[in-house]
Design a protein around this ligand. Structure first.
Ligand SMILES: [Zn+2]
Length: 254
């Protein structure tokens, strides 16, 4: 029995009766609806997925990942399926909290089941991470025409989530501030930090001070204004001035 330690376990009866599998693909879906899928899978459907991720980033596990779940047509014998909460139309992106939970879950899956390679799935019967309609629809992964997981989530999976899972498996440590070579890298890091903090603030429904402060910091770093004539430069302006001096010193050395 393979259970994800940071998921809420709500195992379906099928979790002990379906055939054993050794997963080598993980497939992302959108549920086209709100709320846990546990009751739906248990009472209304002969299909099921291994996981469901809420828009707040909560993960429910319905099936042992070494048991077959029926959500992916021909890939059921070797795929782990991950359903995700969405609007009925599923046209929106995964929320930041949801994307983080999906990335963490995929990272765990790749470590727990090393046959799932850290790559975008290479073939319908290959290995890696994919999304339901990545081979079209109908296709080996779906008998019907559909757009799952949706027009915004497909590029988000391909360009953000899968690269993040690949990066999480690489041995190199994240860069320290002092090793960041370019202004663009520093900006990107600050932007990501501010975005994350603001998302956290929105999630906790707190208002005001933190967001105000962070926006101020991001403005100062991303778009610092020159100090007024005769006034003392603030910390960011000093930092930038130091950067300019270092740059010109290096430049002068030729
Ligand atoms: Zn789907």
């Amino acid at each position: 029995m393979t259970l994800c330690p940071f998921a809420t376990h709500r195992l379906l009866p099928e979790s002990t009766t379906q055939p054993h599998i050794t997963p080598r693909i993980a497939i992302l879906h959108s549920a086209a609806g709100r709320g846990s899928l546990y009751g739906w899978f248990k009472d209304n459907s002969s299909l099921e997925s291994h996981f469901w991720v809420s828009d707040e980033g909560l993960i429910e596990q319905y099936m042992d990942t070494n048991r077959r779940a029926d959500a992916n047509r021909n890939a059921n014998a070797y795929a782990v399926s991950i359903e995700t909460e969405s609007s009925p139309q599923a046209t929106e992106r995964w929320t930041p909290a949801q994307a983080a939970a999906i990335t963490r879950l995929l990272d765990w899956l790749c470590r727990e089941h090393p046959d799932i390679e850290r790559q975008q799935c290479d073939r319908p019967d290959g290995s890696g991470i994919g999304w339901h309609t990545m081979w079209g629809s109908p296709s080996p992964w779906t008998p019907v025409a559909k757009s799952c997981p949706g027009p915004a989530r497909i590029p988000q999976a391909r360009d953000e989530i899968i690269p993040a899972v690949i990066a999480a498996g690489s041995p190199s440590e994240p860069k320290e501030w002092s090793d960041m070579a370019t202004e663009a890298e520093v900006k990107a890091a600050v932007k990501a930090g501010v975005k994350e903090a603001l998302a956290e603030e929105a999630k906790n429904k707190t208002k005001g001070s933190l967001g105000y402060m962070l926006r101020g910091i991001s403005r100062a770093v991303l778009d610092p204004v020159e100090p007024k004539e005769g006034s003392k430069p603030n910390a960011f302006q000093q930092l930038r001035e130091q950067g300019r001096q270092i740059k010109s010193a290096i430049g002068n050395k030729g």
